[in-house]
Design a protein around this ligand. Structure first.
Ligand code: PXP
Length: 246
């Protein structure tokens, strides 16, 4: 299982104090140092979400990580012409297309690939041609999986937010939806990733979801890093996901 570590929250903390004065020599914390610590802790790739409003990661962060960090870079971005231009110049190893609303706190819900196939097809083709592997961040819904395969996306990232934020019967039902979506993607030859709200505490339940090859995890790692440091927090997560049994 591949672990992508999302370090957006490190930039969120920096922006909380220094958004207006990025040129100051005392700006902290460093996104590059965070990427290095994630690598030390066992990350397989670094994930950054450059949002349209640039609320946390800045363009310069993405280019610095691309240049300085010898791990694959996974850029999460909204499916817009402006972000496509940005990705074409950054040339990340992976691009994950996500829905984006300016008011949301974090990515809420998956991308409606089935409803936007004609618009997304050329965007996926342009990214693939530019050398980035593309995944679609979708709800665990068969129609979304099938639409992603139909427009040529080689990977999907299943949204685990609902799984993470529900309990009991609702959680069991959502786990079953994730498993069905993962099976369908695998049948269609699409690589299956997952992300959102995954924690050490809920990881074991993802053993019910087959074919997962990568998890992208951010919030819990940065939250835990406050107490144990980032490399150690990544190591704890690495240990938890290494128990995945498919
Ligand atoms: N994958 C995608 C596409 C996301 O948008 C996010 C949140 O930025 C994550 C994974 C990571 O979610 P979390 O921060 O809850 O671990």
């Amino acid at each position: 299982m591949h672990l992508g570590v999302n370090i957006d929250h490190v930039a969120t903390l920096r922006q909380a104090r220094y958004a207006a004065t990025p040129e100051l020599p005392n700006v902290e914390p460093s996104v590059l140092d965070a990427a290095r610590a994630a690598m030390e802790g066992g990350a397989d790739s670094i994930t950054l979400h450059v949002r349209e409003d640039r609320r946390h990661m800045q363009d310069a962060d993405a280019f610095a990580v691309r240049r300085e960090i010898p791990l694959p870079l996974n850029l999460e971005m909204g499916a817009t012409p402006a972000m496509l231009d940005f990705a074409l110049s950054l040339k990340p190893d992976y691009v994950c297309l996500v829905p984006e609303r300016r008011q949301e706190i974090t990515t809420e819900g998956g991308l409606d690939v089935a409803g936007r196939m004609e618009e997304l097809r050329p965007l996926v083709a342009a990214l693939l041609q530019n050398g980035s592997r593309v995944s679609m961040f979708i709800d665990p819904d068969l129609a979304q999986v099938e639409a992603s395969a139909a427009i040529g996306a080689p990977m999907v990232e299943l949204h685990t937010g609902r799984f993470a934020n529900t309990q009991g019967a609702e959680r069991a039902a959502e786990t079953a939806r994730l498993a069905a979506a993962a099976r369908r993607a695998h049948e269609l030859g699409v690589e299956v990733h997952a992300g959102h709200g995954i924690q050490v505490a809920n990881m074991a339940e993802l053993n019910a979801v087959p074919h997962l090859t990568e998890l992208n995890i951010g919030h819990t790692i940065v939250a835990r890093a406050v107490f144990v440091g980032l490399a150690a927090a990544v190591r704890e997560m690495r240990c938890a996901i290494d128990s995945y049994q498919w």
